[in-house]
Design a binder for this molecule. Sequence first.
Ligand code: WTA
Length: 659
Amino acid sequence: MSEQTLSNLMHEDRRFEPPADLAENANVKAEAYDRADADREAFWAEAAERLDWGRKWDQVLDWSNPPFAKWFVGGTLNAAVNCVDRHVEAGRGDKVALHWVGEPIHDGVADTRDITYAQLKDEVSKAANALTELGVQKGDRVAIYMPMIPEVVVAMLACARLGAPHTVVFGGFSADALASRITDCEAHVVITSDGGYRRGAASALKPAVDEAVEKTGDLVRNVLVVRRTGQDVDWHGREEGGRDVWWHDVVDNASTDHEPEMHDSEHPLYVMYTSGTTGKPKGILHTTGGYLAGTSYTHWSVFDLKPETDVYWCTADVGWVTGHSYMVYGPLANGATQVMYEGTPEKGRWWQIVQDYKVTIFYTAPTAIRTFMKQGREIPDGYDMSSLRLLGSVGEPINPEAYIWYREVIGGGRCPVVDTWWQTETGQIMISPLPGVTAGKPGSAMKALPGISADVVDDEARSVGNGNGGYLVLREPWPAMLRTLWGDDQRFKDTYWSRWPGLYFAGDGAKLDEDGDIWLLGRVDDVMNVSGHRLSTTEIESALVSHPKVAEAAVVGAADDTTGQAVCAFVILRDSAGDGGEDIVEELRKHVAKEIGAIAKPRQIMVVPELPKTRSGKIMRRLLKDVAEHREVGDVTTLADSTVMDLIKSKETSAPAED
Ligand code: WTA
């Protein structure tokens, strides 16, 4: 968001008060802020009391060795028991945990499954027994590469039950990206499926796993495969000394009895890889007690969840942190009934699902909202969505226009919109309105939640004060915070805690308005946000440079109406490659898709003779961004050779690639 848009936003004076009945019956009222301020640790201890513990903690927070936090020290618990077993034991076994909706529709009938908490408990126990039989032990890492089918939830919870940290890799990532994650966390077992349904067709997953496993040498002992699409797969079964095992062979017949162990509060729960400012993805480590306390409390407070009556739906893929915190751990720990959908948001399908299941709470991303806006309101207007009572947004700043459309067209003007700011690293929502307390402003994530301390500071770490912009920081530890980067404590310190000692720097710019409410302005580092997904400029540049025809590459995120930002690449070819050939742009786009995944494919690639550099050789991405966004090119005085920009601009007419 530019300064210009920002100052326009600041004149946004629409306010939406919480609906009276919601405010009156809200799970969390205004007093929570004062209570948390008075005693932050007592506040989070109360949140942790919402969980079932094997042994209660001795100490709420150990912050004696920052930035390495320990929460609920000495406590023990099991995440799967908290998400499943305890609801069954409390007599809620027949309650639906997942209304799962598959993408294909046969003769007008959708492929659906309702799974109760009792059934989920049996499935998780069976899978835990099957994984044990495959040699998975507490502490072992398990990679999961699956579509949005119930088995992915079962697989994650089975790992959690055993204390085997999972690393879920988004199904859209390539074999190379999968291989690098398997290698980094040394996973001996991969759970996958033959494929999943995307945009009306069966799309294979197993071949990418086969390729990734080949690349990782002898590391992977077993590949556990769910049959979803029935498509042909290359099979190397155990009978012939191979590593492939069908899920239905080992899970379906396993015992439903599984005695869960209570794990230490700080036992690793999962590793989630995310893009940073360098080429190598970072393995964000989340542990058990604090993460579960932070996600379940925020899911209950921010969405005002009433587990007996609400039907909740988070549209995020399980391959991202939102799928972990607000589809799996938070909602299930709260005993929610939720919708899980396998496919992509083809026209009207989401609203059909809202209507069919009477969804009451809906959580999605601004990029999806903007896509629907483009398609026109006639589509959602064709469905009965009167069941909705609360809407959430996550992943990138929501522009006021999209906010208002979401509120009016999807929410019928009655539902509050909670714009929730958080990160893979924070694990839980940090900044958001409380729906029963806060009068929402379109475009603002408003205030830090109770128990969270956010601030906006300048270069010298001084609070900028109301009416000013700067860097968003977090001043105090919080329960679901990342504990470190997998296998790299130093990088953890350097990345998040080194800019200003004692402050967590999130990488986002923000502004405080005159009321002290927070407006997020996007990343200030070399991280792009494409459709709410984090991509690193350096990672894509390394992918481009690994192509034999490319000598140098620079990548920038350019503003895009639908996806927020889009990947734009500038490349210099090697002399030996000549002009690269007619299909050079397509060739390079395919190459990036192979190295990272289709989501990282540049929207546009420009082959240029030179790149703008400072005298010290640093690429001036700011100037390239001007070109990519079709702006007048800005100040070029620090450029080593100022004619370079003319050379680049003369190439600007090259057509952007399709799709
Ligand atoms: C951005 C997703 C503005 C931000 C949960 C952050 C947002 C990054 C918002 C984290 C929001 C997320 N308003 N920006 N409501 N939510 N972001 O790790 O730049 O995939 O740093 O976590 O997304 O992305 P991540």
